[in-house]
Design a protein around this ligand. Structure first.
Ligand SMILES: Nc1nc2c(c(=O)[nH]1)N[C@H]1C(S)=C(S)[C@@H](COP(=O)(O)OP(=O)(O)OC[C@H]3O[C@@H](n4cnc5c(=O)[nH]c(N)nc54)[C@H](O)[C@@H]3O)O[C@H]1N2
Ligand SMILES: Nc1nc2c(c(=O)[nH]1)N[C@H]1C(S)=C(S)[C@@H](COP(=O)(O)OP(=O)(O)OC[C@H]3O[C@@H](n4cnc5c(=O)[nH]c(N)nc54)[C@H](O)[C@@H]3O)O[C@H]1N2
Ligand code: SF4
Ligand SMILES: [Mo]
Length: 887
């Protein structure tokens, strides 16, 4: 049985075909007919089948940690919320939800909060993600409209990626851009990012600007364009307002000044400005390097200003393009998921909109004012203003800034309800009531991708245990609280209501209109093909591009220029905290790893939380590559593996956002991240926190590989996960055990087991190696050293696959290094085929001189293609990129 569905990860929204064979084995492949990916999948999408197992799943409701019936759990939630509302008013409760909910789930939770409980204290993790884009769009267009479509990226002659590492975060879209560039030699790619990322491979120009200086750069471009032939006087005159004020703000700003403030060379900035001015078809793509800032909205508008001045919007191959992160970031905006929004792109603060929605919902008490945004919401939980919170499909103890404070807030909260599909997360640990949700493959509904395309997620698995769909759980609670209007018979019914509201008394006044879908019967909803909104009676097949006739959604239907006065990040570096902490994503992990962390394949690319430093900063701080560092900010601290690389800008350190207390001892970067937010969007400044770094030099370092799960330590540095066919634990400690041998046995859980031991001891040097062999096979091994110089894990992991340990392998275990050439494949680069760095460099030494040649010899890079930028870097055929030196 083959089912067409949509990938649950990034906002590219790739179509997936999931097939279950007679034995129940699931495989996935890209859907060739889906217009987002035309059959391709990235590493995360390709590994979906490996992440749907039931290990670690939450499969029954838990109340106070004890299994409970659904009736008992739902009553506890409904009664608890009702009591708090009765005693303290509706604003004493809150809902914190997620851009990973399906549109239907999202619709009903908003309806419940804003129309029935009567509070707008409902916010979403999209606050950490898209809020600045939403606010910027509204300021410029009067509506939260993404103007373009993916085809525009293929039709452009200049692609500007700002604060986006699309090669890792929107891989399939990035590959579409590279493929288009290949076909169109005139096409140029510019990457604007303080780091040299994988996205820079294949780019023509990289501007490693000073962290947080993007508004200066785009103001500089705006000034430059104003003095060029690129100005579209007709468009500016007829279709915009405010150009004079906006230009006044940048008057006299020169290329030289811009370059100096941004820490770039004048030549590089001039080249970028010149390309931009001379190229009609330009798309500016931006993501978290822009949004996650205390002046994120201004940065969005600084970009949009340049497109308005040149009239480059609403036409093929051009426009500002906000890349959305989550699979349903857009759907969340459509149902009004943010605390200051109302359903169907209406405004909570607009009385006419409130009245319209109230009538449509037959709502008893509409929320009257905007609610608390994510960071403020958790502050209110911390100080007791909010007494009950329901967290759905997000892991705030890991993902919110100042995360230790978030954890403490949940500890104090009277009633914490969490709906998740995973049993143990940093957040579920604080739940009074834990509700088991259906996961991808089990649930049904719709999501909207970055180009406004609505696609179906379809079920192809049985419902496991007692898990239920999120929309169903929400409606059951609403009904128990005594509210009518939640008695939906099916998810299709929820969708129809949502679609109907989008057209209700709309008459072209609101951009979001899918009224043509409100009459879908259950069969048509089940079969719904991917379609871009608006979908109306005039455009029944959807709409690829918005603003083709330049009418915007402001009262005068004109787009607005916004004067931008650039602001520095809220917290500056100082003598005590001299480095800027930047955070973001790695290629093969998804957020807090609850799903991608389950598969060895995806963990093989990056196993440990790391901190990447410029060589000079590493030297000054006394850090060595592969050693450990303790990072400290005024808000908290963490320990991470050191990576020294000239890809980093001087003064900046990059740490991935993914690791959490389930996978690592002290690996949560958000413990350090400052909680400053943008005053308009409320989005946190996740890319800029002042920190210091010191070497962390414990007494010993060790790693353990075992066929069985390994006992993890209570304290100190540790990181765990799957590796090949076994479990892997990295650890380091301050105190030495009495006997390393006993310790090793205990860690492996082999204290009382008769088993063959291979042991090597050098107490003087502090080096110990133990291997347990069962029936001739390697069962587990423990390596201990006084520093981080330990043998290759890739090689040792490989030994677990051997049915019988050879004499050679036994010797090499003792020696702590492989004897045969090529046995140590090195850290994995290509996770699809498990190809390691050493294999690639060996082929390069033998003459492979291109990514394609490596592909022919090793297959690396020939499936999802996500590792091609890294291979290209190793081959040294980095595109002939003009390196813009940081000054
Ligand atoms: N592999 C993977 N892909 C994902 C996700 C994932 O977890 N893993 N998550 C998805 C989600 S929800 C999102 S929101 C997207 C995020 O997608 P992206 O925004 O592309 O990813 P990030 O790594 O968060 O940040 C992008 C870049 O911003 C840069 N940056 C930092 N400071 C500045 C600055 O001041 N100016 C500029 N110009 N750049 C700066 C960082 O160095 C980083 O390379 O990814 C989506 N895709
Ligand atoms: N420092 C720093 N922090 C960041 C960022 C950054 O760049 N730097 N990026 C921010 C951004 S852009 C984002 S989007 C956030 C993401 O941060 P989170 O939303 O906290 O991360 P996820 O791991 O995606 O959390 C999703 C949770 O929902 C569960 N889940 C999955 N499917 C379902 C389902 O169908 N139903 C239910 N009920 N639960 C489900 C998962 O098991 C998981 O626990 O992180 C933000 N935090
Ligand atoms: S690019 Fe990858 S993660 Fe994003 S939707 Fe496509 S397959 Fe999924
Ligand atoms: Mo995001």
């Amino acid at each position: 049985m083959a089912v067409k569905t949509t990938c649950p990860y990034c906002g590219v929204g790739c179509g997936v075909i999931a097939t279950r064979d007679a034995a129940g084995e699931v495989s996935v492949e890209g859907d060739r007919q889906h217009p987002a990916n035309f059959g391709r999948l990235c590493s995360k999408g390709s590994a979906l089948a490996e992440t749907i197992g039931l290990d670690g799943r939450l499969l029954e409701p838990l109340v106070d940690g004890q299994p409970a019936t659904w009736d008992a759990a739902l009553d506890r939630v409904a009664d608890g919320f009702a009591r708090v509302i009765r005693e303290h008013g509706p604003d004493a409760v809150a809902f914190y939800v997620s851009g990973q909910l399906l549109t239907e789930d999202y619709y009903v939770i908003n309806k419940l909060a804003k129309g029935f409980v009567g509070t707008a204290n409902i916010d979403t993790n999209s606050r950490l993600c898209m809020a600045s884009s939403v606010a910027g769009h509204k300021r410029a267009f009067g509506s939260d409209t993404v103007p373009g479509c993916y085809e525009d990226l293929e039709q452009a002659d200049l692609l500007v990626l700002v604060g986006s590492n699309a090669a890792w975060c929107h891989p399939i879209l990035h590959q579409r851009m590279l493929a288009a560039k290949e076909k169109n030699p005139a096409c140029k790619i510019v990457v604007i990012d303080p780091r040299r990322t994988a996205t820079c491979e294949g780019a023509d120009l990289h501007l490693p600007l000073r962290s947080g200086s993007d508004a200066v750069l785009f103001n500089g471009l705006f000034a430059f364009l104003a003095g060029s032939k690129a100005v579209d006087r007709e468009f500016v005159g007829n279709s915009t307002t405010g150009v004079v004020e906006a230009l006044k703000q940048v008057a006299g700003q020169t290329v030289a000044q811009t370059a100096a403030t941004c820490g770039l060379s004048e030549g590089a900035v001039g080249l970028f400005f010149d390309w931009f001015a001379r190229t009609e078809r330009v798309v500016t793509l931006y993501s978290q390097g822009i949004n996650q800032s205390s002046s994120g909205v201004d940065k969005v508008n600084a970009i949009v200003n340049c497109h308005l001045l040149t009239g480059r919007i609403g036409r093929p191959g051009m426009g500002p393009f906000s890349l959305t992160g989550q699979p349903n970031a857009m759907g969340g905006r459509e149902v009004g998921g943010l605390a200051n929004q109302l359903a169907a792109h209406m405004e909570l603060e607009n009385p006419a909109h409130r009245e319209l929605v109230r009538r449509f919902w037959r709502a008893p008490v509409m929320a009257e004012k905007g609610g608390l945004k994510a960071v403020d919401m958790f502050d209110a939980i911390a100080d007791g203003r909010i007494k009950a919170v329901w967290i759905i499909s997000t892991n705030p103890v890991v993902s919110l800034p100042d995360a230790d404070r978030v954890r403490a807030a949940l500890d104090k909260c009277e009633l914490v309800v969490v709906s998740d599909c995973v049993r143990d997360t940093d957040t579920t640990r604080h739940a009074d009531v834990l509700l088991p949700a259906l996961a991808w493959g089990e649930k049904d509904g719709t999501v909207t991708n970055s180009e406004r395309r609505i696609s179906r997620q379809r079920r192809f698995l049985e419902v496991p245990g007692e898990a239920r769909a999120d929309w169903r759980i929400i409606c059951d609670v609403a009904t128990r609280m005594g509210y009518s209007g939640f008695a939906y018979g099916s998810v299709a019914e929820v969708f129809r209501e949502h679609a109907e509201l989008s057209g209700f008394e709309n008459n072209g006044a609101r951009d979001f209109d899918i009224s043509a879908l409100s009459t879908l019967d259950d069969g048509a909803y089940a079969a719904l093909a991917p379609v871009q909104w608006p979908v109306t009676s005039e455009h029944p097949a959807g709409t690829a591009r918005m603003f083709e006739t330049p009418k915007f959604f402001t009262p005068d239907r004109k787009a607005r220029f916004i004067p931008i006065a650039p602001r520095a990040p809220r917290h500056a570096t100082s003598r005590d905290y001299p480095l800027v902490l930047n955070s973001g994503r790695v290629r093969d992990q998804w957020h807090t790893m609850t799903r991608t962390g389950k598969t060895a394949r995806l963990l093989s690319h990056v196993f440990e939380p790391y901190a990447e430093f410029h060589p000079e900063d590493a030297r000054l701080a006394g850090l060595t590559n592969d050693g450990l560092a303790r990072l400290t900010s005024p808000w908290g601290e963490m320990i991470a593996r050191v990576v020294v690389s000239s890809d980093q800008r001087r003064g900046c350190v990059f740490v991935p956002m993914h690791w959490n207390a389930e996978f690592a001892g002290e690996g949560r970067v958000n413990a350090l991240v400052n909680p400053a937010t943008d005053p308009l969007s409320g989005q946190p400044e996740s890319k800029h926190t002042p920190v210091k770094a010191n070497p962390y030099a414990p007494k010993w370092h060790a790693f353990i590989l075992s066929r069985n799960p390994i006992r993890r330590p209570e304290t100190g540095y540790w990181v765990q996960g799957k590796a090949g066919d076994c479990w892997r634990l990295e650890l380091a400690g301050e105190t030495r055990p009495e006997s390393w041998r006993d310790w090793a046995r205990a860690q492996l859980g082999l204290e009382d087991v008769e088993i063959e031991w291979i042991a090597y001891r050098d107490p003087g040097a502090g080096r110990f190696r133990y291997a347990a062999v069962r029936d001739g096979r390697l069962d587990g091994c423990v390596f201990i050293a006084p520093d981080h110089t330990l043998p290759s894990r890739a090689w040792l992991t490989g030994l677990f696959a051997e049915p019988q340990l050879s004499a050679n392998a036994r010797m090499s275990l003792l020696a702590g290094r492989p004897f045969g050439a090529g046995e140590d494949t090195g850290p994995v680069v290509c996770s699809c085929f498990g190809v390691g760095r050493h294999q690639i460099t060996a082929e390069i030494a033998r003459g492979a001189d291109s990514v394609e040649a490596i592909g022919r010899r090793l297959k690396a890079g020939t499936n999802c293609g996500g590792c091609r930028p890294e291979i290209s870097k190793l081959v040294g055929t980095r595109a002939q990129m003009r390196q813009a030196a940081a000054s």
